[in-house]
Design a protein around this ligand. Structure first.
Ligand SMILES: O=C(O)C(=O)C[C@H](O)[C@@H](O)CO
Length: 268
């Protein structure tokens, strides 16, 4: 059973962590930290199918749901990631209801969709050891789509209301860029768009999600009704944590990061 899928369907808050270090070792460490879900990022993390599978194996059986973010909205990749055993998917850059419907079809076997039937040799069915996988798979597949552009905001209800979409994730960094505020998701225009999007998705009866490493904003979005909120990334925790530790023992000049820039608070 996919407890994460059921929790967000009931609009129960689910707290997550973003994984972009792309190692089974760090995935396993984070999976024991107490989060409800974790993203294994194959869009911006240096991941590929074998490495994502190794991370899925490392966290298998734990209480943290692994949500695999695909590199792109591609029906062939959906098939491949489902076949290696990913059951909760996050698909970036969905701008239209047609794109949403295509992703739904990609997760479903005929006659309801176009997912190729190869599970008998795939980890998804545990190599045909899972009874009736072909007819039961859909119950636990959780499809989360990312809206992160002006176009997506214009089509937000149509995307959210698409049958088979289990949740809508707002991508603040890309949304900021498309709204003309590259690198500044904290801009008032972007924040207003995020707040409105959370309300609009909720009005469609669907759970909304986001990634935000700023505690105040994370709590604010949860209060607004966001359900699946990732509150940090493994990369930023490691980078900022090691910088802070070095700074405790090194002189001001020696402690600056190699770039020479002042360490900045990580928002995303
Ligand atoms: O647009 C966004 O923000 C996201 O989709 C999340 C980021 O991609 C994440 O990788 C942190 O930058």
């Amino acid at each position: 059973m996919n407890a994460f899928k059921r929790a967000i369907a009931a609009l129960q808050p689910q707290i997550g962590i973003w994984q972009a270090l792309a190692t089974p070792y760090t995935a396993e460490i984070c999976a024991g930290a107490g989060f409800d879900w974790m993203v294994i990022d194959a869009e911006h993390g240096p991941n590929d199918l074998p490495l994502v599978m190794a991370q899925l194996q490392a966290v298998d059986g734990g209480a943290t749901e692994a949500v695999v973010r695909l590199p792109v909205a591609d029906t062939v990749l959906v098939k491949q990631y489902l076949d290696i055993g990913a059951r909760s998917l996050l698909i970036p850059m969905i701008d239209t209801a047609e794109g949403a419907a295509e992703m739904v079809r990609a997760t479903r076997y005929p006659p309801f969709g176009i997912r190729g039937v190869g599970a008998a040799i795939g980890r998804a069915s545990r190599w045909d050891r899972t009874a009736d996988y072909l007819h039961r798979a859909q119950e636990d597949i959780c499809l989360l789509l990312q809206v992160e552009s002006q176009a997506a905001l214009e089509n937000l209800e149509a995307i959210a209301e698409t049958d088979g979409v289990d949740g809508v994730f707002i991508g603040p960094s890309d949304l900021a860029a498309d709204l003309g505020h590259l690198g500044n998701p904290a801009h008032p225009d972007v924040q207003a768009a995020i707040e409105t999007a959370i309300a609009r998705i909720s009005a469609c009866g669907k759970p909304s999600g986001i990634l935000i490493a700023d505690e105040r904003l994370a709590r604010h979005y949860l209060e607004l009704g966001a359900s699946f909120v990732a509150v940090g990334t493994d990369v930023s925790i490691l980078a900022r944590g090691t910088e802070a530790l070095a700074a405790k023992f090194k002189s001001d000049e020696q402690a600056k990061p190699s770039s020479g820039a002042e360490p900045k608070p990580s928002v995303y």
